[in-house]
Every structure is written in structure tokens, then in C-alpha cells.
Design a protein around this ligand. Structure first.
Ligand SMILES: [Zn+2]
Length: 193
């Protein structure tokens, strides 16, 4: 029992080499009636479609301040993010956004409307942020966050934000707040990062 477990990582781009149904090697080709290459198992017939992943999160507000979490995990360790994460099987986008907020910050929130829907095709993801009102200032960050805190607009660590989807969502939020109307906003982030 001396074998060390390798460093875990998140494969991107995603490639399958073996069929998850029967364990046989897969082949990459265009299935009949399709127009894209897929990983196909010629042993059991399974076609392994891959589709974009959904990241769901919130813009939690308490007395004009915004909740940010400092990441305790890669990628972007030690940078600040809105609470967000991959949607799990069997939950709705709203449930996922509320769950991620609780897990990463401990904040108790009332979920509002959808605020941003951001396509990020080069990383095969769609990010969705909901507006959220905190019911109190108490925070209790979980193991995925080094800390969580409420930020005034003037204190936002713009140079230390984890993702462009977070930065653009925050920028829109502060613009909208001046106007008094809040989204929803749908846009695409192209290339780099
Ligand atoms: Zn198979």
C-alpha cells in the first residue's frame, strides 16, 4: 500500500478512451444521422455525447454590500468569486445556485430572479447567476472557501477576481443598481481564459 494517489485534476478538453457502460475502448467518429464526431462504443453501441456544463451561482446582497468568497480550491486558488459551482444531476438551476451559496459561504439567502446568463463556449460552459437577498449578515464558509465577506462597491478586489463571468456580472450589477433596474443580461464571453 505504498502507491500514492496522483494529483486529481479536471480534464479539459474532455476525452473518453473507454466506454463508461461496458469498459471497451471507444472510437471517435460521426454517428449515422449526426453531423459531429462522438465517442462511440462499437462493443455495446453506446454513444457518449458531451455537452456544455452549467455553472450556477448568486449575487448575494446584504445592506448594499456584495458577498464574495476567496477560493480554497483550484482553479484560481486564493482569488475572489461570487458563490457558484457546477450544477448537480437531479437539481434545478435555482436549487444549485442556493446550494452553492450555502456551501461556499454559509449565507442564508432568499433567491431572486435570474440575473446573468453567460455563454463561455471555449471552456464548454454556461454560467448563470441569480440575484439574492441575504436574510442576515452571518457567514460560515465551507471547505471550498478560505474566507467569505461582504464587500462595498468601493472595496471590490477587481484585480483579484477569479473569473471573467464574475467580473462582468459585478460590473453589470453596479451599473444596474445606479439605474434601479436589474437585468436579466445574456451575453457571450469569447476567447482567452
Ligand atoms: Zn460499451
Amino acid at each position: 500500500m505504498t502507491a500514492k494517489s496522483p494529483l486529481e485534476y479536471f480534464p479539459a478538453p474532455r476525452r473518453s478512451h473507454f466506454c463508461s457502460q461496458c469498459g471497451s475502448p471507444v472510437n471517435r467518429r460521426v454517428p449515422e444521422g449526426d453531423n459531429r464526431e462522438r465517442d462511440i462504443c462499437d462493443h455495446c453501441g453506446a454513444i457518449h455525447y458531451q455537452n456544455p456544463r452549467l455553472v450556477v451561482g448568486t449575487v448575494p446582497v446584504w445592506e448594499n454590500r456584495i458577498l464574495l468568497c476567496r477560493r480554497a480550491i483550484e482553479p484560481r486558488y486564493n482569488t475572489w468569486t461570487l458563490p457558484a459551482g457546477f450544477m448537480e444531476l437531479g437539481e434545478s438551476t435555482a436549487q444549485g445556485a442556493a446550494r452553492e451559496t450555502l456551501e461556499e459561504s454559509g449565507a442564508k439567502i432568499q433567491l431572486g430572479d435570474i440575473y446573468t446568463i453567460i455563454d463561455v463556449p471555449q471552456i464548454e460552459q454556461v454560467h448563470v447567476f441569480y440575484l439574492a437577498q441575504a436574510v442576515g449578515p452571518e457567514l460560515d464558509p465551507g471547505p471550498e472557501s478560505l474566507e467569505a465577506r461582504w464587500y462595498d462597491e468601493s472595496e471590490i478586489p477587481w484585480d483579484d477576481l477569479a473569473f471573467r463571468t464574475v467580473a462582468s456580472t459585478l460590473r453589470l450589477f453596479f451599473e444596474d443598481r445606479k439605474r434601479g433596474t436589474f437585468g436579466p443580461h445574456h451575453y457571450t464571453l469569447e476567447s482567452h481564459r
